[in-house]
Design a protein around this ligand. Structure first.
Ligand code: ZN
Length: 280
């Protein structure tokens, strides 16, 4: 999960009112770019509907809240991550197989499916059946980075909640992309970045999502569905490069991320990445 994402307080206030008035629907679709806090908000809602506190929900302290935060609540299931290429029908079937089972300990079983635009057609149709005939005491929270890329039939069965990127994240992301893609003499930036593994991971994920946009554009998809709307010019510039060039860059990003994961020094690897980016 993107570490810099935050819970969307406006959305949580709205969910709080719905829960208090017993008006919560059985399916929500959270729409927003990567890092806009969709998954964190989904987990916070899962806590809210299962919190055991008599006062403020979610309390963050009771066993249910703690288990959900730790990712080991038996009735709160998450499918999907930002590195997945697609969500297949087997994934959906495995997840939804649990929807009709008795809840172990939850008041409400929660299914969070991230990035549903990655569902294959078969997977989307399997999910659709569950949305049409929801199991009792079940809450589906779906997320997507691009509303347009989903089936109308799926969208129409969910309440859509739009998320916007947090203001404080944009300048930082913008700075990372500017330094990595527009500044050839970024030694001091790379030095600073490589000293902070968490920040390096964030930067590498951001670059991966940027180059995902580049590949999508190169493959002819509409600009309107790209994540990095604020730097379309750069996306276009890189999309003009050859596939082999782009593959080198992407491989180097992934390799560098591997080094970070193993706590190894990434300064050299980041410099090599810069060379691939500035090949011409
Ligand atoms: Zn609680």
């Amino acid at each position: 999960m993107n570490d810099t994402s935050q819970i969307n307080t406006a959305a949580m206030q709205r969910f709080g009112r719905l829960v208090a008035n017993h008006r919560l629907a059985h399916a929500y679709l959270l729409v927003g770019p990567q890092g806009s806090g969709k998954t964190r908000t989904a987990l916070c809602l899962a806590q809210m509907v299962n919190c055991e506190s008599a006062a403020q929900k979610p309390c963050g302290e009771c066993p249910a809240c703690r288990k959900i935060a730790a990712g080991n609540h038996p009735d709160v299931h998450i499918l999907g991550n930002d590195e997945m290429d697609s969500i297949k029908i087997e994934d959906i079937r495995f997840l939804l197989g649990r929807a009709h089972l008795m809840a172990y300990e939850a008041k409400t079983k929660v299914f969070i499916i991230r990035n549903i635009e990655l569902m294959t057609m078969e997977a989307a149709n399997a999910l659709l059946k569950t949305l049409e005939e929801p199991a009792p005491n079940t809450l589906m929270i779906l997320t997507t980075r691009a509303l347009e890329n989903n089936l109308d039939t799926v969208k129409s069965r969910c309440h859509v909640v739009k998320f916007f990127p947090k203001e404080e994240i944009i300048p930082n992301n913008r700075k990372i992309l500017d330094e990595m893609l527009l500044n050839r003499n970024n030694d001091s930036f790379l030095k600073e970045l490589s000293a902070d593994p968490k920040e390096t991971t964030h930067a590498l994920r951001l670059l991966l999502s940027f180059f995902r946009d580049v590949l999508l554009l190169k493959n002819g998809v509409s600009k309107t569905i790209l994540v990095h709307q604020d730097c379309l010019q750069e996306v276009e510039k890189f999309a003009a490069r050859g596939f082999e060039d782009l593959a080198l860059i992407i491989r180097q990003i992934i390799q560098t991320k591997g080094l970070v994961d193993e706590n190894l020094n990434v300064k050299m690897s980041l410099s090599l990445l810069r060379e691939h980016i500035w090949v011409n």
